[in-house]
Design a protein around this ligand. Structure first.
Ligand code: CA
Length: 230
């Protein structure tokens, strides 16, 4: 796996990275949250090991910022804060796991295997779902409440991107990177135009159903499950 270790204690960071390398992983390191966020935005890591007590923004802030950026990278918190309340707060903030320091290295490796199994299972799932919406990647077919939607390739790609981060904001920058070219002109309104077409087919066409596509002003867009807790 390709991993990012965000840890400010140099000896521990080095120990973890060496151990991961010996186990066949590729591990990069960041000694503070801001650098970690930049690296996570630039590289599609399979998982991030995140310390909580960091200089500058703490681990929970880093985790929240990751999700604000629309990054769904699985995060395992690795912290000396061992109280149940810290574990609960970390998991509720969106971490997939919480490992208390000091830890046995084999346990860290086992938890990484669990993250990998989950990712493999998700990648194999040919149908993405949210509420009454289904996107079938194999047959490239989208349906809401059982009714097939006629989407262009671009609208399909947009919807797939949003569906892969359900209930999370996906920024315009990320949409530009994933659905358009890298040299996309951020000044143009082409994303807004496509999203408004998508909204027409996805939501306006179903006036009796709750809307799924949300604009989060100043941040980006989000597909949300009306039944999910906000
Ligand atoms: Ca620390």
């Amino acid at each position: 796996m390709r991993l990012l270790v965000i840890e400010d204690e140099p000896r521990l960071a080095e120990f973890v990275r060496q151990g991961l390398a010996q186990a066949g992983h590729v591990a990069d390191g960041a000694d503070n949250g801001a650098t970690g966020l930049e690296m996570a935005a630039a590289t599609p890591y399979d998982a991030i090991l995140l310390d909580l007590m960091l200089p500058g923004q703490n681990g929970l802030e880093v985790l929240r910022n990751l999700r604000e950026f629309g990054l769904a990278t699985p995060v395992i918190i690795v912290s000396a804060l061992s109280g149940t309340e810290h574990v609960i707060r970390g998991l509720d903030a969106g971490a997939v796991d919480y490992l208390r320091k000091p830890f046995a290295f084999d346990e860290l490796l086992a938890r990484l295997r669990a993250v990998q199994r989950k990712a493999t299972a998700a990648a194999d799932a040919p149908v993405l779902r949210l509420a009454d919406l289904e996107l079938d990647l194999v047959h490239r077919r989208v349906a809401r409440a059982g009714q097939v939607l006629a989407l262009t390739n671009r609208e399909f790609a947009l919807l797939e991107l949003l569906l892969r981060s359900p209930n999370r904001v996906v920024t315009k920058t990320r949409i530009a990177e994933k659905v358009w070219e890298v040299d996309f002109d951020m000044g143009s309104n082409v994303i807004e135009v496509h999203l408004s077409q998508l909204r027409r087919k996805l939501d306006r066409a179903f006036p009796s159903l709750p809307p799924l596509l949300e604009t989060v002003v100043g941040h980006g867009y989000r597909l949300h499950d009306p039944a999910a807790a906000r």
